[in-house]
Ligand binder design. Structure first.
Ligand code: NAI
Ligand code: 13P
Length: 309
């Protein structure tokens, strides 16, 4: 379909490899870079159309600096697929890329995209957040009948949905590890969405975006599937494991562990109420047991069912 388009993917984890599979299916020439390959060479950036970052958040700043030093052509569109927050600076991946590569068009790719399902060829949908010309180019290049891509000009909202849902996925994993049932899990997802909208709007996202694929869509996927690493961490905690044990038993990056703590501090600083996230942070820091955290949530004073924005 696009036999002459070239894509460089940064990050050789499960998402980088899955995106590589999707781009190759579309006929793109794909180059891959992972840290095991050493320095990022200038030749990797020659004549590429897209630069796709599928790195965990902890790696983004270092790699973005290295990319910036190689001065990519301003025609190259940057696609950020990371779903995390940098702890020290409370920056998103797009914030970091924007700082180091201000001349590139920058879009965010997010949605309910469990890598293992996509690698089996199962259908999925996602959203590309950013300025219209760039999102259209990514849709044209990566979108297909099995990977349906929507566009959304609210890049901030698209990115925040994917970041926030990881925390609620941990909460739902804890719920299921404790054996508390589908009703309780559904309440966590629904009230977790309220927290996402509250914080996401404060962060500059639009409320409507959080009811789309990158918000509600990804909540539904990761809060109900044991394929989600964030859900798995929560599940092990609910089963009585310590955080180091839960992380050991979970293969791959669970961004929500760090994100929960960062979001909790952010919300406290700005006077935002996010009780589920606060309880996830308390469990992760071993300030409360999973059971005590769930009890604490249920014992909060009754209130009207308000939804923000
Ligand atoms: N796996 C999935 O289903 C999806 C993951 N994502 C997001 O994509 C990002 C990456 O996730 P995964 O690929 O699943 O993680 P992963 O745990 O499978 O792989 C992470 C990769 O990053 C590399 N890495 C770690 N530190 C690095 C550094 N300092 N410099 C360069 N590379 C480094 C590791 O070697 C590994 O190859 C995360 O933000 C995740 O939330 C987004 C959508 C779907
Ligand atoms: O973001 C994902 C699916 O959309 C992957 O979720 P986990 O990182 O929890 O595995």
């Amino acid at each position: 379909m696009h036999p002459h388009s070239s894509v460089l993917i940064l990050g050789l984890g499960s998402w980088g490899q899955t995106l590589s599979y999707l781009f190759r299916q579309q006929g793109c020439a794909v180059r891959l870079w992972g840290r095991s390959q050493g320095a990022l060479g200038k030749d990797l950036l020659d004549n590429i159309d897209l630069l796709v970052s599928a790195l965990p958040i902890k790696a983004v700043r270092d790699v973005a600096q290295r990319v910036a030093a190689l001065q990519p052509s301003p025609d190259v569109i940057l696609v950020s697929a990371t779903k995390g927050l940098e702890a020290e600076t409370v920056s998103t991946a797009a914030d970091i890329w924007q700082t180091y590569c201000p001349n590139q068009a920058l879009v965010v790719l997010s949605g309910p995209n469990l890598a293992a399902e996509i690698q089996q060829g199962l259908p999925a949908a996602a959203v590309v957040g950013g300025q219209a010309t760039a999102t259209k180019q990514v849709q044209d290049l990566l979108g297909s009948a099995t990977f349906r891509l929507y566009s959304n000009e609210d890049r901030r909202g698209v990115e925040m949905g994917g970041i926030f849902k990881n925390v609620i996925a941990i909460a739902c994993g804890v719920n299921d590890g404790l054996g508390l049932g589908v009703n309780a899990r559904s309440a966590l997802i629904t009230r977790g969405l309220v927290e996402m909208v509250r914080v996401g709007c404060h962060w500059g996202g639009e409320a409507a975006t959080f009811y789309g694929l990158s918000g509600l869509g990804d909540l539904l996927a990761t809060c109900t599937s044991s394929l989600s690493r964030n859900y798995q961490v929560g599940w092990h905690l609910g089963q009585g494991k310590s955080l180091p044990q839960a992380l050991e038993l979970t293969h791959g990056t669970a961004e929500g562990v760090n994100t929960a703590l960062v979001l909790y501090r952010y919300a406290q600083h700005h006077g935002l109420e996010i009780p589920i996230t606060a309880m996830v942070a308390a469990v992760l820091q071993e300030q409360l047991t999973p059971q005590a955290a769930l009890t604490h949530l249920l014992e909060r004073p009754f209130k009207p069912e308000t939804t923000p924005c």
